[in-house]
Design a protein around this ligand. Structure first.
Ligand code: TXA
Ligand code: MG
Length: 328
């Protein structure tokens, strides 16, 4: 399926496809989503089939505005209203107790539903034209890197999707922050561009942060929960150790790719280098496309130089941790 420029006519056609229970890939500010009518369990099943994803994984429901939260959530705590006011439209998904009618196919069998108002003109226009909630995971095959350009969706999903709306490259580049507000205390389920500190400042309370949410990025190989991974083995390496790693990885004529941050590395027939931006926001924007570019070259391995580990880099380090095997 070739991507189609997302003008008004294309978006209206996409909305019609969604009403018919078909799949439409569309841009958001974070990554491209693979959308289906969230109120139609058969349409939602198509998402799982297209992605090759187990059907007990819950999906985020995209809605047009904060007012629509009440269509999906049984209870809207004050914290949800405050976060919606501050950050929607934007890269934040809120997990709330679901209304009874919300299909279990969307929530992976759970009694909660994740909601998000995306901050992208094409996504918002599509939501308005469609008039309901759009369930959409990232538009990649299960366990692969999320797409940040329409052409990535084409590469990932081919003709299993009925339409791909092209709205350019995604601005944020990593998936939304997820906050669970369905329990007694708010919990950070996934770090994203909207930081823990920014959320805590709005809520005036601390977030519970499960250990799995990217606390420690250097974990032993084999103990990794591998998600978002390129096909080529990717290795995460501390800043000072890049040159040494390159030497051992390029032994026996092996070819490698390097996602460099601090280090200045000369390219040659065996070494392909992508220099990453210095700023966290720009790094995040470029990350998945850069990994994809190296992945396409069918190298023996990809070496990722660890960027800084401050809060601004939390989401990036979380995704790098999941895309790579740690070198300790
Ligand atoms: O930025 C994003 O959120 C992108 C764009 C397309 O909006 N979507 C995205 O969807 O990243 P996906 O399916 O790749 O990731 C959704 C995450 C999963 O980790 C899932 O476990 C979590 O949201 N999630 C969804 N519903 C949930 C629920 N009811 N309870 C807990 N986690 C939930
Ligand atoms: Mg995903």
């Amino acid at each position: 399926m070739k991507p189609i420029f997302a003008d008004r006519a294309a978006i209206d056609r996409a909305a019609d496809l969604l009403k018919q229970g078909r799949l439409v890939a569309f841009p958001t500010e974070t990554v491209y989503g693979l959308g289906a009518d969230a109120s139609n369990p058969e349409a939602v099943q198509r998402i799982f089939a297209a992605k090759g994803r187990p059907s007990d994984h819950p999906l985020i429901v995209h809605i047009a505005d904060a007012v629509a939260m009440a269509d999906w959530a049984a209870v809207i705590p004050d914290a949800a209203r405050q976060l919606a006011l501050h950050f929607w439209p934007g890269p934040l998904a809120l997990v709330l107790k679901k209304k009874t009618w919300v299909p279990l196919a969307v929530t992976g069998g759970q009694d909660t539903v994740a909601l998000r108002v995306p901050n992208h003109p094409v996504a918002l226009r599509l939501l308005q034209a469609f008039g309901g909630g759009i369930a959409a995971p990232s538009a990649n095959r299960f366990c692969r890197i999320s797409p940040t350009q329409a052409v990535h969706v084409e590469d990932e999903l081919g003709d299993t999707v009925d339409m791909i709306l092209d709205g350019g490259a995604c601005q944020v580049g990593v998936e939304s922050t997820i906050v669970d507000l369905s329990g007694a205390q708010p919990r950070l389920l996934r770090p994203g561009q909207i930081s823990r500190t920014a959320i805590e400042a709005v809520l005036q309370t601390d977030l519970l942060v499960p250990q799995a949410a990217g606390q420690s990025i250097l974990r032993a190989p084999g103990m990794m929960a591998v998600h978002y991974a390129p096909v080529t083995t990717a290795l995460l390496c501390a800043a000072g150790q890049v040159q040494g790693q390159i030497q051992s990885l390029t032994a026996d004529g092996k070819r490698i790719g390097v996602l460099a941050y601090h280090a200045h590395i000369a390219e040659n027939a065996q070494i392909r280098v992508i220099r990453m931006p210095e700023q966290a926001d720009e790094y995040a924007q470029a990350l998945y496309a850069s990994l994809r570019e190296l992945d396409r070259l069918q190298l023996d391995s990809i070496l990722v130089e660890q960027p800084p580990d401050t809060e601004a880099w939390r989401a990036i380090n979380d995704r790098l941790g999941k895309a790579t095997v740690g070198l300790t």
